[in-house]
Design a protein around this ligand. Structure first.
Ligand SMILES: [Zn+2]
Length: 147
């Protein structure tokens, strides 16, 4: 089934709003440099639980997101991912959000669909704790999104 673009846009907005609300409540560790972001990503994707959940090959490059308002995840082949983080988005949650795009790159139908959100949930639970996951899921449900 193909959904109209307006539905997809509003899903993105609802996902972002619920995420921002969660970050406001639970906070999100800020990283001062790209070097720290790179180290965090490198250590995250080497965790045994991460490799169990997402055994597919993923190669990450972390770059500056200068001139952008948001972080992003890009890939041409579904294996090599470029994550970009402007200064204001060098926070643990937004890193997890972009890594979740890579984890669900080959399985999700839309950027922020339920498969993507499952990846976010798994990452947030491991890195930010159960309380953060519960706030996030509550926010999604209030916005009419399955968790
Ligand atoms: Zn996203």
């Amino acid at each position: 089934m193909s959904l109209p673009p307006s539905y997809m846009d509003s899903m993105d907005v609802r996902v972002y709003l619920a995420e921002d609300a969660m970050v406001e409540v639970h906070g999100s560790r800020h990283f001062d440099s790209l070097t720290e972001v790179r180290r965090y990503v490198r250590e995250l994707v080497a965790q045994p639980w991460f490799l169990r959940l997402w055994p597919q090959k993923m190669v990450f490059q972390v770059r500056d997101g200068r001139g952008r308002n948001y972080a992003s995840c890009e890939s041409a082949d579904g294996v090599h991912f470029t994550l970009r983080f402007p200064k204001q988005r060098r926070e643990r949650f937004y890193i997890l959000h972009e890594v979740a795009h890579a984890c669900s790159w080959n399985t999700s139908n839309h950027d922020h669909d339920v498969i993507f959100r499952k990846a976010v949930k798994a990452l947030v639970q491991r890195q930010m704790g159960r309380g953060a996951v519960e706030t996030l899921v509550t926010g999604w449900k209030k916005a009419g999104l399955a968790a």
